[in-house]
Design a protein around this ligand. Structure first.
Ligand code: GYE
Length: 326
């Protein structure tokens, strides 16, 4: 019995000594996330939290900036103070990063910009990994051109958060194609802040100002599209395949693609939120002293509702939906 007790004690001590030692070896990552505005963001956060785990050798310090640029910069400054090993930022807005990035650089902490870009000089951060949102906007425009085949378009745009690179990119990309189509008119373009409530609010005001005057609504993310749909339902406006209004959305989350499969969203341009594995790969390479690329683009696809065939997008099926991870 005594022997057993001694043995158990020894084991407990070994575990107690061992756990902090392992944790002390862990790579510490400060992760400054945009917020929790959308389903896409929830999938992105979950991806980081399940990828950078203690068991995998990482301690992830997660801060939700609640869509506030100042709060996000504060988070980065607190990471610098805590002397983390790496900082990952999904920037709320594109502008205004120079000073804090310089501070991180002065502290010798590598910074990975993920998901959304910054306008700061690339010499101020280590690398960028994310999707090409301007290309996503172009894809949406090219699909609309293919679908309408020369017919007129009176377009209402519900943009994402003001100043976010995802908003700027999708707007620039779509407008580039719109400019090539004199038969298209963008009636209005306002921010719905990438939220469902924001999408609904903007659509409600559009329905008052442009009743009967539009046939296309471009929502810069799925959650905004859900809000816009609620507003159109309440106003008795039909949309989707066979409806009066064509809906284009971005993200292609599981719920977004469920609605695409149901014919409620005509075209949904993907934006892949599963980016943590790519970030982990970059960090592992830096740890190993290997070269890393300046920019890593996560590729996207596009999906269209059943009954639509496109050279640019896959037609949704139940099988495609079942295979979606987010
Ligand atoms: O489209 C939207 C999210 O930055 C690409 O942010 C991301 C966007 C995404 O809130 O749903």
């Amino acid at each position: 019995m005594k022997k057993l007790l001694a043995c158990m004690l020894a084991l407990l001590m070994a575990v107690a000594l061992c756990v902090p030692a392992m944790a002390a070896d862990n790579v510490v990552i400060g992760f400054a996330q945009v917020g929790h505005e959308s389903d896409w963001r929830a999938a992105n956060t979950n991806d980081y939290q399940t990828t950078f785990t203690t068991e995998n050798g990482y301690d992830l310090i997660f801060v939700d900036a609640d869509n506030d640029h100042a709060a996000q910069m504060e988070a980065v400054r607190s990471f610098i103070q805590q002397e983390v090993d790496y900082i990952v930022i999904c920037p709320v807005q594109e502008a205004g990063w120079e000073v804090v990035l310089q501070e991180a650089q002065d502290a010798g902490i590598p910074v990975i910009i993920a998901d959304r870009t910054v306008s700061a000089d690339p010499s101020l951060y280590t690398t960028f990994l994310g999707t090409d949102t301007a290309l996503e906007g172009e894809t949406a425009g090219l699909w609309l051109a293919e679908y309408l085949d020369g017919k007129e378009a009176n377009i209402l745009v519900i943009e994402g958060s003001v100043g976010a690179s995802a908003t700027l990119g999708r707007t620039t990309g779509f407008n580039k194609i719109a400019e090539e189509h004199p038969e298209w008119k963008i009636l209005d373009s306002q921010s719905g802040d990438f939220t469902q409530a924001g999408g609904q609010e903007v659509m409600e005001s559009y329905l008052k100002s442009y009743a009967g005057q539009f046939n296309v609504v471009v929502c810069q993310n799925d959650n905004e599209a859900y809000g816009a749909m609620d507003a159109m339902d309440a106003a008795g406006v039909t949309y989707g395949v066979g409806g009066d209004v064509i809906i284009i959305s971005f993200d292609a989350t599981k719920e977004g693609l469920t609605r695409t499969l149901a014919g409620k969203i005509n075209c949904n341009v993907e934006c892949n939120p599963l980016q943590a594995a790519g970030v982990l790969d970059i960090i592992a390479k830096i740890q190993a002293g290997e070269e890393i690329p300046d920019v890593t683009i996560v590729p996207d696809e596009a999906f269209v509702a059943p009954g639509i065939t496109s050279a640019l997008a896959q037609t949704m099926t139940q099988e495609l939906l079942d295979g979606r991870a987010y």
